[in-house]
Design a protein around this ligand. Sequence first.
Ligand SMILES: [Zn+2]
Length: 464
Amino acid sequence: MIQDIFPSRLINSWQPASPAPESICMCFQDGRLLAAVKDGELHFPRYQSSSGKAVYLFSVDDEAFFLTEPEHVPDGFQYYSMRELRDQCAGKYLYAAFTAYHLHLWYDDNRYCGICRGEMQHDAGERALVCTGCGHKIYPRINPAVIVGVINRGRLLITRYRRGYAHNALVAGFTEIGETLEETVAREVMEETGVRVRNIRYYKSQPWGMAQDILMGFFCEADGGDTIRMDDNELKSACWCKPDEIELQPQQHSLTNEMMKLFRDTNGHLPAAVFRMQNSAQPQKTRIYFTRHGETTMNVADHISGVTDCALTENGIRQAEALAAVCAGHPEISLIVCSPLMRARRTAEIVAAQIHVPVVTDERLREWDYGSYEDQPRDATPDFQAAKREFGVRMKDGGESLLQLAHRVYSCIDDIRQQYAGMTVLCVCHGGVCRIAETYFKDMSTEAFSNFFMGNCELRQYEL
Ligand SMILES: [Zn+2]
């Protein structure tokens, strides 16, 4: 999400700071921000003595941001709308741009006092504007709004707005005077879609400066009928979608998209742990366990089993059951991410049946594709060990190189860290994948890497 800039941090406390030559200038004109976009990276002008009046906004890590008056446009810079930036950029500077925009609108809307029409000026001690005439003081306005994931029999209520954002969304709306957030959820779903809801559970929140909002995400269930009576004024479409029918937004910025993705990736079985998590400012520890599938017929025959499917032996099933018993002693495991290969899926199913958590399949956890070594007896392929050590060379006849394997396994772990931050996840996969995972978390010499061995259903734990 846009605010997930960890390990960077937006420090929002106000201070009576003056700009230094390297300070970042946030300069708006007609709601557009002066910036340069190069390869998706955002750049802002730096403060110069000619930049004029500057109001301190916030810092991102040790970089201070100031609101400045429109000035001449430096080479390579132009004014962008917030929507253009949203579509083209990501990262900490986009979050800074959204937050700066929120504050810019507030300062701009409040030049004069609403009581006596006197001129407003910045308070000396806090982020507030004070009237020079009557002393009336105001603070930044933040609009509370809800995002609602309505679930009915394994399907999610997906909408599209009639105006504005063109991609899939969830029911959303502002909290009105005199209502609780839960009442906002129930009212908005009823108004937009005619569906009654129950079991409303808070998920996460998101500051959304582009609309001066704080968004609060909730999941709930349809209560009674699932007939949709859509508000044509607000929405263009509203329908119940199965997990695999959900088309995500093109960017990962929004809470809405994260909620749709979570529902899709957990196949509609939201882990209970997601509702106990705090927001991302102070991320809780993410823990990942890795295990290798139980013994297979090909393990016993000592055949090379990369992406070739094979079944667990009876011994392999017993190993999986023993693993399940060990996992039952770790109630913090709230999700299994599993290789699509049969031996891993079967192992994961046995564990999941015991500890009652959802299983998500991730293609990137399948075993190394060994090309024409697949299903060969290990003792008949003396060059196989040497081929495994050539990390940049693809296994012959359409196989993968070790670097290709590492690339997909690393990217899978990156995604787990981000999507399931604060949770404990069990990855059920393969010996070759476990070995790559080990290098994600620890330094390994070439020798240690070559000698690494993961027994069937052995469990290794990593903290993030
Ligand atoms: Zn006043």
